[in-house]
Write a protein that binds this ligand. Structure first.
Ligand code: GLU
Length: 486
């Protein structure tokens, strides 16, 4: 029987969810789901200096909002817990000591001062190694004497000094490095706690992880991880390194650019589903023309072979387009629900359910991102001052002069109007009015639309706006228009 595929997302809580990290989580999830395997969440919170209050909650919330559900992890449990690294701290020391016994690691007693003092030497030698392997060959007696004397120590990995290490990455293929370029990195710190590089390997093994997906900034550390797996005689997972998400050809997408954080994108009015769809295709190609994929479809179609080696550029315009497709596909009820906070932003918290419904009907087909809504509908609340040139429209054959005439006719009609105050009835009435005055429909409707919105373009035509504004406000805005045109 084939081994169960187990993938993990191992974020460090940094305070926000970078789009690149979310994409990693998504790919891990999709590898698990497309293989009928398990997806695990492990919080790597051992770096207490970088700890940010509330950051773990952001991780939980993001996964919930995106539908990236995990089978094992904090709050869910599982056979391989705990899933929060800071709760696993007692587990690592024995593995580091085991490596020392096997001759694959060693005690290092170098003081901070000594390490500081060699920094310059290393730099002048043009050596890429930060540590000069000073304690690597201490005799067993020296080590014992130092330990007995209670000297502080770290445990370092003993890299082979010659030969090469090769590993295979599912995206980048075979990668070989010269062992002498590998630093004798610290595995266990002076306080007995593991470094990130060590804990990560131990946990991946203990949690029976079969596929490790991470950013390609980890490619250069992977040989070191490999040597650890080999030393322990553990099975090496499939490595899947992903090319970065870039802002442009030269710089990575960073939070400072404004688009890198998932939370910021939601705040800007993007839908979580659209973001997930967009980032799935940012570095993975399903082949073929289809671009809109639900999470379910991604689960069915994902394959590691489609991952790209080259960096992908985050295109905000493309995301806007995709978001507008998702917005259009929402049911009117669902759209009203997601649009409501944005409608309230424009019209006030006390706006009625009926008004929310009307507004969302008006803007659903015209919205790319929810944050477009307030400026599209703000005029319902308050008419801004505008220039009479707004009444000029070549196709409608209107200009500031004749519009004044047309508006007057319209005003009289509306004042005496006794029919039902709904767009369709008003529209019919105004078309009849145009006909009886030998005017084009546009000559009546365009000036009215302009007077009601004060904008060169508005969601909805003249009578749709009138229905929402009501008779009294409609007449008031016509009067303002007449004044502007006078
Ligand atoms: N905690 C690491 C990070 O957030 C995880 C890297 C990995 O997946 O191994 O970058």
């Amino acid at each position: 029987m084939a081994k169960e595929v187990r993938t993990r997302f191992a974020p460090s809580p940094t305070g926000y969810m970078h789009i690149g990290n979310l994409r990693t989580a998504l790919y891990e999830y999709l590898i698990a789901r497309s293989n009928g395997g398990k997806f695990i969440l492990r919080i790597e919170d051992t770096d207490r200096e970088r700890y940010v209050e509330g950051a773990t909650d952001i991780i939980f919330k993001t996964l919930e909002q995106t539908g990236i559900s995990y089978d094992e992890g904090p709050g869910v449990g599982g056979d391989y817990g705990p899933y929060i690294q800071s709760e696993r701290m007692g587990m690592y020391k024995q593995y580091a000591e085991q490596l020392v016994e096997m001759g694959k690691a060693y005690y290092c007693f170098c003081t901070k001062e000594r390490l500081e003092s060699i920094k310059g030497d290393v730099a002048t030698q043009g050596d890429s190694l930060a540590y000069d392997r000073h304690c690597r060959d201490l005799s067993p007696e020296e080590v014992k004497a130092n330990l007995d004397a209670g000297l502080p120590y770290v445990i370092r990995q003993k890299m082979p000094l010659d030969g090469t290490t090769t590993f295979t990455d599912a995206v980048y293929g075979d990668i070989t490095v010269e062992n002498k370029t590998l630093e004798d990195q610290i595995l266990l710190k002076a306080d007995g706690m593991p470094t990130y590089n060590f804990a990560n390997v131990i946990d991946d093994h203990l949690m029976a992880i079969t596929h490790v997906v991470r950013g390609n900034e980890y490619l250069s550390s992977t040989p070191k991880y490999n040597l650890l797996y080999e030393a322990f005689g553990w099975e090496i997972p499939t490595y899947v390194h992903c090319a970065p998400v870039m802002k442009d050809q030269h710089s990575k997408l960073s939070k400072r650019n404004g688009d890198a954080s998932f939370g910021d994108l939601l705040d800007k009015g993007f839908l979580a589903e659209a973001v997930v769809n967009y980032i799935a295709l940012l570095g993975w190609s399903p082949g073929g023309e289809q671009e809109i994929y639900t999470l379910k479809e991604l689960e069915e179609n994902f394959n590691i072979e489609g991952l790209s080696k080259s960096p992908s550029i985050f295109d905000p315009e493309k995301l806007r387009w995709m978001n507008s497709e998702y917005i259009r596909a929402l049911s009117p009820e669902k759209f009203a629900e997601v649009a409501a906070p944005w409608i309230k932003k424009a019209l006030g918290e006390d706006v009625s359910e009926e008004m929310i419904c009307k507004m969302s009907t008006l803007v659903q087909g015209r919205t790319e991102v929810l944050s477009d809504i307030p400026e599209k509908i703000g005029f319902f609340k308050e008419l801004s001052s505008y220039d009479k040139e707004l009444y000029r429209h070549k196709k409608m054959k209107t200009d500031p002069e004749n519009s004044s005439e047309f508006l007057k006719i319209t005003r009289e009609f509306i004042e005496n109007y006794n029919g039902e105050w709904v767009s369709s009835e008003l529209y019919q009435g105004l078309c009849d009015l145009a006909a009886s005055n030998e005017l084009k429909n546009g000559q009546i409707l365009w000036p009215l639309r302009t007077a009601l919105s004060g904008l060169p373009a508005s969601p909805g035509g003249a009578t749709e706006l009138a229905e929402i504004l009501g008779k009294e406000e409609t007449l008031k805005r016509i009067d303002i228009g007449l004044e502007i045109l006078a």
